[in-house]
Design a protein around this ligand. Structure first.
Ligand code: CP
Length: 319
């Protein structure tokens, strides 16, 4: 499916109620703020609470691409909301015997699964499922280069915890923008929440084209892009989505775009460093920055549990 033909329309039901989470386009500031508020209410002094909200529900994780953070935090979030959660073993499933994805989903639905968490390399695959399987909720855990909505929501929660708002922030996203579903969802979330100064820093080839740089500021000079930023988000080189010939030389990339302590000093002194993970040390970020005082990378991981608990509770109609 072409990226520009993907619509999130089916994710909202009557009166704007969220019935799937496919992407952040089409969601209002109130929708996003509600999710962040519920996630915040599930954290008590840094510790995650438990709830009984999904104790009558079953959730299936279907990860067709590798994942450490998203898959495991969805599983933990499901358990902490008392859901029955299963990780479907796709490598040994009937998809290997040419069963279509929709037939697999219908089969799992017949096992009384209420929610499906789907990661897939194809843009729009979760949307296709949501349009064709009725009576279940679909959560997009990352589709191709299109969207990663729960990642953006946990990023917004982390920013809000440190900066207490979005309107007056300068946010820089550094790295492989063009192949990044995270960048796409983060930009959408920041715009919806009122951030005006969004800077995308990347070399030509990893940067958006001019049409997508319309409402953001695009830089190829990292020094200029980082100046006085409040938030610096770093992205890895997503080689799995590049042609062999397009993969940059890692040393050269680090020399020109790696986030080092020296470059980070150009941002505001209280700026935070974020990364969706997995991080590649010495390629897009130096260890001294990834592990430094300004890094909130592991806090993002923990916030992923709260955000995914919140989204599942909302989809279940329990929050
Ligand atoms: N941020 C993220 O999506 O990481 P995983 O691929 O480990 O889930």
């Amino acid at each position: 499916m072409k990226k520009d033909l993907i619509s999130n329309d089916v994710q909202l039901g009557p009166e704007g109620k969220l019935i799937h989470l496919l992407g952040l386009e089409g969601l209002s500031k109130n929708h996003l703020t509600h999710i962040l508020d519920i996630a915040d209410s599930l954290i008590d002094d840094g510790n995650l609470k438990k709830s009984k909200a999904l104790d009558d529900m079953s959730v299936a994780n279907l990860f067709f691409e590798p994942s450490t953070r998203t898959r495991n935090t969805f599983e933990i979030a499901g358990k902490r909301t008392s859901a029955n959660i299963i990780n479907v073993d796709l490598a040994n499933s009937a998809t290997k015997k040419n069963e279509s994805l929709l037939d697999t989903m219908q089969t799992l639905k017949a096992m009384q699964i209420d929610m499906f968490v789907i990661r897939h390399k194809q843009n729009g695959l979760p949307h296709h499922v949501a349009e064709n399987i009725q009576g279940v909720s679909i959560l997009n855990a990352g589709d191709g280069i299109n969207a990663h909505p729960t990642q953006a929501l946990l990023d917004m929660l982390t920013i809000r915890q440190h900066k207490h708002g979005f309107e007056n922030l300068s946010v820089a996203i550094v790295g492989d923008i063009v192949h990044s579903r995270v960048a796409h969802s983060d930009i959408q979330a920041l715009k919806t929440l009122g951030t005006i100064d969004i800077r995308l820093i990347a070399p030509e080839g990893l940067q958006y084209g001019s049409e997508r740089c319309d409402s953001v500021k695009c830089f190829d000079d990292i020094q200029a892009g980082l100046e006085d930023c409040d938030v610096v988000m770093v992205l890895r080189l997503q080689k799995e989505r590049m042609l062999e010939a397009d993969i940059p030389n890692e040393q050269e990339y680090f020399d020109n775009y790696g986030l080092t302590a020296e470059r980070m000093a150009l941002a505001k002194p209280d700026a935070i460093v974020m990364h969706p993970g997995p991080i590649n040390r010495g390629v897009e970020i130096d260890s001294s920055v990834a592990d430094g005082d300004q890094s909130v990378i592991l806090q993002q991981v923990t916030n992923g549990i709260a955000v995914r608990m919140a989204v599942m509770e909302i989809l279940a109609g329990k929050s």
